[in-house]
Design a binder for this molecule. Structure first.
Ligand code: GLV
Length: 328
């Protein structure tokens, strides 16, 4: 059909998103598991009205130049949008959307799963059994800290940080948090969470869970000095963005017993090469950026990303915009 909007979708996403886009647009879907190389991406977006991006696709002036003046919308299939130069999009009147909210609980589930797995040393236990080392019940075997009754420090107390706090309450944990500002007192009361300066949260927590956006202010937030503020028994959980933690500082802290463990859903670099020093450590658990990876949530993310894309193409305000000022 003539004059259907042109759209590039940078990876195969669930049908909940692809079907409505296919029904309304001429679509090219990147068919491979690995993201398009930069040159392939720049070629694919030429002349597009809309692009559905993933967090592996960098959207900057070069991207926008290649897409051309017809580009109306970039819809990110990730709630974090540090891959997008939003001011550059806004300057050109390109709407940016993301799917906030739908992945909050699923991401909090994984943060808590990582916390528990690291505390109770589940990956080590699994390796132990598979390695044929399990010969008897051992009074001293694979001991770890209790989760219940411990102190959880949450850094970044937005939607996901608060959802982690709700889980912690069920485990009778003391919840401390830090963010740029305090949340409403009623939320603090409901979640039983206490605001403290960052250095205090780090010093008191048995578990530190990171839930900040990646920005110039949060890049390298967890560095050598801050790791040294933590207890030697502390476990760090990162489901935010890899560069929030200085990887080499974390490696040294884990190796030298400055802290006890780490559980990472996100890394820097990402993906983490299989010969990275962090992967030589027993006390570091790494999974491949799967915090939102439940079937239901990925379906909802796809539907929201499609809704943003299609609204942007029609020149309408996106249901969940990042730069709503584009549509006045
Ligand atoms: C995943 O990391 C996301 O930001 O949605």
């Amino acid at each position: 059909m003539a004059n259907r909007p042109r759209v590039f979708v940078a990876r195969i996403i669930p049908d909940d998103g692809l079907e409505p886009i296919r029904a309304a647009c001429d679509v090219e879907v990147w068919p491979n598991e690995l993201p398009p190389q930069r040159a392939e991406l720049l070629r694919a977006i030429e002349g597009c009205d809309g692009v559905l991006t993933l967090l592996t696709d960098r959207v900057d002036d070069e991207f926008l130049d290649h897409a051309g003046p017809g580009l109306k919308v970039v819809s990110n299939f990730a709630v974090g949008f540090d891959n997008i130069d939003v001011p550059a999009c806004t300057r050109r009147g390109v709407a940016v959307g993301n799917p906030p909210g739908v992945l909050t609980e699923t991401t909090a589930d994984l943060a808590f799963a990582l916390l528990m797995a690291a505390a109770r040393r589940l990956p080590e236990g699994d390796r132990y059994v598979r390695g044929g080392q399990w010969r008897t019940w051992g009074p001293m075997l694979l001991l770890g800290p209790d989760v219940h009754g411990s102190t959880l420090g949450i850094v970044g107390f937005g939607r996901i940080g608060q959802a982690v706090a709700r889980r912690a309450r069920g485990f009778g944990m003391r919840v401390l948090y830090h963010d740029l500002s305090r949340v409403d007192e009623s939320i603090e009361r409901e979640l039983g969470a206490t605001f403290l300066p960052l250095e205090e949260v780090l010093a008191q927590a048995d578990f530190v869970s990171l839930h900040v956006n990646l920005s110039d202010e949060t890049r390298g937030l967890i560095d050598t000095a801050r790791l040294r503020r933590m207890k030697p028994s502390a476990i760090v959980v990162n489901t935010s963005r890899g560069p929030v933690v200085d990887s080499m500082a974390l490696f040294e802290a884990l190796r030298d017993g400055v802290i006890a463990g780490a559980a990472l859903d996100v890394t820097d670099p990402e993906p983490l090469p299989s010969d990275h020093p962090l992967l030589t450590l027993e006390n570091c658990l790494v999974v491949p950026h799967i915090a939102s990876a439940s079937r239901a949530t990925r379906g909802k993310m796809a539907a929201m990303a499609a809704a943003n894309l299609l609204a942007g193409i029609r020149g309408e305000r996106l249901p969940t915009p990042v730069n709503p000022e584009v549509h006045g």
